[in-house]
Design a protein around this ligand. Structure first.
Ligand code: SF4
Length: 65
């Protein structure tokens, strides 16, 4: 499973970094998402990634198999 983050859509809400800090961080410059691990391996990381995608208010995050 892979995560894509569209920084043009990201509004810097930070929900992704709060819900899945192993996968996401935020730019110190403008608060937009920084993808730490695009490749998601293991059930725990997959669940965290799905939760982050669900929580993102701007639809900036997508998952692909
Ligand atoms: S939750 Fe969505 S809008 Fe907020 S920082 Fe993450 S990607 Fe950006």
């Amino acid at each position: 499973m892979q995560i894509q983050a569209d920084t043009r859509r990201c509004v810097g809400a930070g929900m992704c970094a709060l819900t899945a800090p192993d996968l996401f961080d935020q730019s110190e410059h403008d608060g937009t998402v920084v993808l730490l691990r695009p490749d998601v391996t293991g059930p725990e990381a997959a669940e965290a990634a799905r939760h982050a995608v669900h929580c993102c208010p701007s639809g900036a995050l997508t998952l692909t198999d």
